[in-house]
Write a protein that binds this ligand. Structure first.
Ligand code: MN3
Length: 215
């Protein structure tokens, strides 16, 4: 059984104008697809890992044969992180100042809203801290909202395609800050990309992730 590139839950142009269609298409069909292909390639050498979920592989990297451990960490991490990333975004609810069918953006509601307020004081503190972490991370990597082993919400960053799962934490929300995620539209201006990304967060899915993590 091979890992497969998941379909996006929306069209490539659905996150416009905040993430452009060309970036989304390249990101999905080239970058993410390559992580999946290279993960499958690595695992052909060790069929005993066949049938494990991607979460299983990443939470116990130490159990994976050294020959392929780095490949699983990088490409398996890439597959998992991007699969989460696509789902926690949705078409913006306000586009070009008008209205659209989308549900992305705004502020969280329900349990995740309460938990964020409890952990960070209020939503705007959280937004500010997360934005800073994402904008200032040196090199390629991800910014995360995670649930740590003690059940506490934390803002984290990881390098490359490292997943919080491999560090004993559950990712709830993640932002890809590799240049490939924004360079076509934003060039060097990562802070502008990070600022605009708040318009397309799918808070419903973030709450689903949170509920699954606290179980
Ligand atoms: Mn990426």
């Amino acid at each position: 059984m091979k890992y497969e590139l998941p379909k996006l839950p929306y069209a490539y142009d659905a996150l416009e104008p905040f993430i452009d269609a060309r970036t989304m298409e390249i990101h999905h069909t080239k970058h993410h697809a390559t992580y999946v292909a290279k993960l499958n390639d690595a695992l052909t050498l060790f069929p005993e890992f066949t049938g494990k979920t991607i979460e299983d592989l990443l939470t116990s990297l130490h159990l994976i044969n050294e020959t392929i451990r780095t490949a699983v960490r990088n490409h398996g991490g890439g597959h998992y992180n991007h699969s989460l990333f696509w789902k926690i975004m949705a078409p913006p609810s306000s586009r070009n100042g008008g209205t659209s069918e989308g549900t992305g953006g705004g502020e969280p509601k329900g349990k995740i809203a309460e938990a964020i307020a409890q952990a960070f004081g209020n939503f705007s503190n959280f937004k500010e801290d997360f934005t800073k972490a994402a904008a200032t991370l040196f090199g390629s990597g991800w910014a995360w909202l995670t649930l740590d082993a003690a059940g506490k919400l934390e803002i984290r960053t990881t390098q490359n395609q490292d997943s919080p799962l491999s560090q004993g934490e559950r990712p709830i929300l993640g932002l890809d800050v590799w240049e490939h995620a924004y360079y076509v539209k934003y060039l060097w201006n990562r802070p502008e990309y990070v600022k605009n990304w708040w318009n397309i967060i799918n808070w419903k899915q973030v709450e689903e992730n949170f509920k699954a993590a606290i179980k």
